[in-house]
Design a protein around this ligand. Structure first.
Ligand SMILES: [Zn+2]
Length: 397
């Protein structure tokens, strides 16, 4: 309904009939009517304190930030359902947390934790984790510490098929893991770190992978956030202030919003293929001169013999070449397109600088709600997440 309200005048009927005729009510439900469900998992609780600092316990910091994050989402996102694995100080077995998310048929799983190291007592900063094989001993140590909570469960050896959280050999199971949600999880993790660094002004220790049991058993994109180090007195004090908890909850919230917007933009571009089919016979506005109407757009200039990655903003899709003055461009000049199968995908702007294109996308977001960043190499569309990773690597050299 939201989508239809956004369209003007006689468009309403076309879009509606188009969608109605071309996809079944069930598919309609799947894409639009279904609420976005996010499970927020405050790590530890009850008899399991998590890491323990000088003045506080990890379980309490995690819960405070988790509830603040949930409050923000509930208050501002009418279409999102928030499910907590715990909203008070209780012990929840690790596999039960994943089960809660799976039973809720969640779209996203966010586990919130606080880091700790034996020494030095000066290490600071945030990090976000996705499921995978730890590439370093330090990364493995984080997974070991977080997984060791299963030892609070008396029957953990049978419950977790002989998994020993302390033994490096146990982690071999993560080596061959096929995670179909990997790219979405990594995308969200990157957004969380971007906001921790930019919006929250906290230390950025980056996005990492390791074998977290709680992420292994969730059937949806998921991340594990480490808010900071309880083992470092200065950071522990910060994490225990109201301002600190608010700031970090806000960072995750902003990343969540960005992520959800991107995901929905991708669904929206699938939908627009359907309503395009019905829309096409519509006449162009009569007041425009004929020669202008017949002037079709030129396809995007292919990038000649360079393997530089170019980012663009995709604004809409259509089943045919649109005219330069098509109403759907909302007055935007210099729109490009590329062809993907039978579909024409329209883009705006082009730069090797991802941040520039991101700015463009933000600028266009008012007129093109579903706009999102796409990437090209040698004139061909490539995976945007991989392109962003490459861009960052190059920039950090
Ligand atoms: Zn933890």
């Amino acid at each position: 309904m939201f989508l239809i309200m956004k369209l003007d005048g006689h468009y309403i009927l076309y879009a509606f009939i188009g969608i109605w005729l071309f996809i079944s009510p069930m598919a309609f439900n799947t894409v639009w009517a279904k609420d976005f469900i996010v499970v927020i998992d405050a790590g530890h609780g009850g008899k399991d304190p998590g890491a323990v600092g000088k003045i506080s316990k990890e379980k309490d910091i995690n819960l405070k930030v988790a509830l603040k994050l949930g409050d923000r989402i509930k208050k501002n996102c009418q279409d999102v359902k928030v499910v907590y694995t715990r909203d008070k100080d209780v012990f929840i077995p690790l596999d039960r947390r994943a089960q809660i998310a799976n039973e809720a048929k969640a779209d996203l799983f966010i586990s919130i934790h606080t880091n700790s190291v034996a020494s030095p007592k000066t290490v600071k900063g945030t990090s976000t984790w996705t499921l995978g094989l730890a590439r370093s001993d330090a990364n493995l140590a984080v997974a070991k510490r977080e997984n060791s909570v299963i030892m609070y469960e008396g029957d953990y050896q049978t419950r977790y098929a002989g998994f020993n959280p302390d033994s490096s050999e146990s982690y071999i199971i993560f080596e061959f893991i096929q995670d179909q949600y990997m790219s979405q999880s990594v995308r969200l993790a990157s957004l969380v770190q971007q906001h921790f660094k930019g919006t929250c002004k906290r230390g950025d220790r980056g996005v990492h992978q390791a074998g977290f049991l709680v992420l292994k058993n969730t059937a949806m994109p998921g991340i594990l956030v480490e808010l900071g180090f309880i083992s470092t007195p200065e950071e522990e004090r910060y994490l225990n202030t109201e301002a600190g908890a608010n700031n970090l909850a806000n960072g995750i919230y902003c990343a969540f919003l960005n992520y959800k917007e991107e995901q929905q933009a991708q669904s929206a571009s699938i939908i627009s293929v359907f309503d395009e089919v019905k829309e096409q016979p519509k006449e162009q506005p009569k007041e425009l001169p004929k020669e202008q109407l017949k002037e079709p757009l030129k396809p995007s200039t292919p990038v000649v013999a360079t393997n530089e990655i170019i980012f663009k903003v995709q604004i809409l899709t259509a089943s045919s070449v649109l005219n330069k003055n098509d109403k759907r461009f909302k007055g935007l000049k210099d729109v490009d397109y590329y062809k993907d199968g039978k579909i024409y995908k329209y883009t705006y702007g082009a730069s090797a600088d991802y941040n520039e294109v991101l700015k463009t996308r933000r600028r266009l977001a008012g007129n093109f709600k579903g706009a999102f960043v796409v990437a090209f190499k040698n004139g061909k569309r490539i995976d945007t997440n991989k392109a962003i990773e490459e861009f960052k690597k190059k920039r950090n050299k």
